[in-house]
Design a protein around this ligand. Structure first.
Ligand SMILES: Nc1nc2c(ncn2[C@@H]2O[C@H](COP(=O)(O)OP(=O)(O)OP(=O)(O)O)[C@@H](O)[C@H]2O)c(=O)[nH]1
Length: 209
């Protein structure tokens, strides 16, 4: 019998309108590239990731449009968000400057974050890797250059963040176990039987897997 741990993390890509947040999500979740997507209002996407043998994460991703009038929705979601992708467009210097000017101010201190230089396939790049790495160092976060056109490093960007969240959560775990925050259950799917450790909500263990 295999023991499987199921966790739930919530993440949010942040960045100016047009940097490619929705396209990045489409590439990560559906492995598809849909050019010229319309401005997003807000949508919740869900996917599953195995982060190490026996540990699965149900990943909820809030995609909120980067235009100014939609930004008031962001603080509503921040308290439930475990980590952020700070996305800028490598062909747009303003979107790079806005990471510090517009997006960092939304974040609680020490939030797990990955800085993503997006559209790395584009010929007309105007932010150098050195500048971006310098910003990442200043912010104390990892830096990944990705392209949703080619798919290059898209998985890496999301999974670097998920691993970071996982490490942070594990640090807080001994305290959770003392309060009995999870319950071991048998999960039967077809011919497979596995043991899962599920979080307790109130006094119930739950899973939507
Ligand atoms: N060259 C190139 N273009 C891309 C890439 N990703 C997205 N685009 C284009 O960038 C434009 C904006 O992409 P979106 O995904 O709509 O941007 P967004 O950040 O979600 O925009 P909002 O919903 O307004 O916040 C679209 O025309 C995409 O086709 C990429 O990796 N390379």
């Amino acid at each position: 019998m295999t023991e499987i741990q199921i966790r739930m993390f919530q993440i949010m890509p942040l960045g100016d309108s047009g940097v490619g947040k929705t396209t990045l999500l489409n590439r990560y979740i559906d492995d598809s590239y849909i050019p010229g997507t319309a401005i997003t209002m807000a949508q919740l996407r869900i996917t599953n990731v195995e982060i190490e043998p026996g540990v699965k994460v149900k990943l909820q991703i809030w995609d909120i449009g980067g235009v100014k009038r939609l930004r008031k929705m962001i603080p509503l979601h921040i308290p439930n968000t475990d980590g952020f992708l700070l996305v800028f467009d490598l062909t747009d210097r303003e979107s790079f400057a806005n990471i510090k000017n517009e997006w960092i101010p939304f974040l609680p201190e020490s939030s797990p974050c990955v800085l993503v230089g997006h559209k790395s396939d584009h010929k007309h790049r105007c932010v150098s890797r050195e500048e971006a790495e310098e910003l990442a160092k200043e912010l104390g976060v990892s830096y990944v250059e990705a392209s949703s056109v080619t798919g290059h490093n898209v998985k890496e960007a999301f999974e670097t963040l998920v691993q970071q969240i996982y490490r942070e959560k594990k640090k807080q775990e001994p305290q959770k176990q003392e309060t009995g925050a999870s319950r071991s259950c048998l999960l039967i799917t077809g011919d497979n039987i596995c043991r899962c450790s599920l979080p307790l909500v109130g006094n119930r263990a739950w899973s939507s897997c």
